[in-house]
Write a protein of this length. Structure first.
Length: 346
């Protein structure tokens, strides 16, 4: 089975402590649901923009935001499709594992979703590479990295998934586990194309499944995109004769720290007023249905009782009960009368 090699340095330990403290602040802040929805949407949009841009996508953040809202933009078809694929994966990340275990089929499905309608050969989607590839400068042709041979890929991926599902990996801090998986997947380079995007999704998936980022507030990809050379240098810092990931993990943990501090500052600004109004900083707890209603309003601007009925296949009375709960919590408010009655965010 795969066994990662690294050591805990003072830098890693210090940053993990800061990450833990910042995360507690975020999770215990009195955010109202529409803020949570907004933070989640922003993180997903930024991730889709940065992760695809690292690999050459030309869409701006504004264009990615337009696509995320279902609007049409003028851009190359492949650029649009890459972003739409990444958005689809992140928005469904909670369904990427079955039973809490990561299987090879899950990895293949993620790659297939990420590369849908973007590969020169569509048959390469969700299939281990059968052609040898190297990581090289597209302009100069300089080779940066030579991955394992094609025939070794299935065994290496199997070893990695077994480790992810092992008790050994669960004993690690989720940030460390995500960093290890990110690097090892890039090293294996199992696909003809899209390996970087798949590795970054897998890291996000580990953080989600381990309960670190269940609300999807954090965007690591912005950190990588700000200084792409530093990102690639960090990946290349792992010597292939030892596979010691320590330097890479220092970089990865720093990225998580930068991301979580950014979110913490944003949350502090959003919730400062709420803290003064809410006894003991109590958070508003909503059901899954109520969160979906808030998300719908956040995207469409408003919602009606009929829409809630259709959304959950429930009665008029049950829909009204869900709506009244949100009204009582001052999350939404009514607007209009009679047939024009609808609900908007407060």
């Amino acid at each position: 089975m795969f066994t990662p090699k690294f050591r805990y340095t003072n830098t890693i330990v210090r940053l993990l402590a800061r990450i833990s403290a910042a995360r507690e602040v975020i999770l215990n802040s009195p955010l109202i649901p529409r803020w949570e929805v907004s933070l989640r949407r922003e993180a997903i949009i930024h991730s889709a923009h940065s992760s695809t841009r690292i690999e050459g996508n030309r869409l701006s953040l504004e264009q990615v935001s337009e696509l995320a809202q279902g609007r049409e933009i003028t851009a190359l078809r492949q650029d649009k499709q890459e972003v739409l694929n990444y958005l689809a994966v992140l928005e469904n990340i909670g369904n990427m594992m079955q039973g809490g275990s990561l299987r090879e089929q899950d990895i293949l499905r993620i790659h297939r979703m990420l590369t849908k309608d973007t590969l020169e050969n569509p048959d390469d989607g969700g299939v281990y590479r059968k052609r040898y590839v190297v990581v090289a400068n597209r302009v100069t042709g300089e080779v940066f990295f030579r991955p394992p041979q094609n025939e070794d890929v299935p065994r290496l991926v199997k070893d990695l998934t077994e480790w992810i599902n092992s008790e050994e990996s669960k004993e690690l801090d989720p940030v460390i586990e995500a960093g290890i998986v990110h690097y090892e997947f890039v090293r294996i380079h199992p696909f003809v194309d899209g390996n970087g995007r798949a590795a970054r999704v897998l890291a996000a998936l580990i953080l989600y499944q381990r309960g670190f980022d269940t609300k999807q507030f954090f965007c690591l990809d912005d950190y990588y995109d700000v200084d792409r050379n530093k990102y690639y240098q960090a990946l290349q810092s792992v010597k292939q004769d030892t596979l010691d990931m320590t330097k890479w993990l220092e970089y990865f943990v720093e990225g998580v720290h930068v991301s979580i501090e950014t979110v913490k500052e944003r949350v502090a600004r959003l919730s400062s007023e709420r803290l003064r109004k809410t006894p003991r900083g109590k958070q508003i707890v909503l059901t899954e249905r109520q969160m979906r209603i808030v998300e719908f309003i956040n995207q469409d601007g408003s919602i009606t009782n009929r829409t809630v009925q259709d959304m959950f296949k429930i009665s008029d009375r049950a829909a009204l009960k869900e709506i009244r709960k949100l009204v009582d919590l001052k999350v939404i408010k009514s607007k209009g009368k009679g047939r024009s009655l609808h609900y908007i965010l407060v």
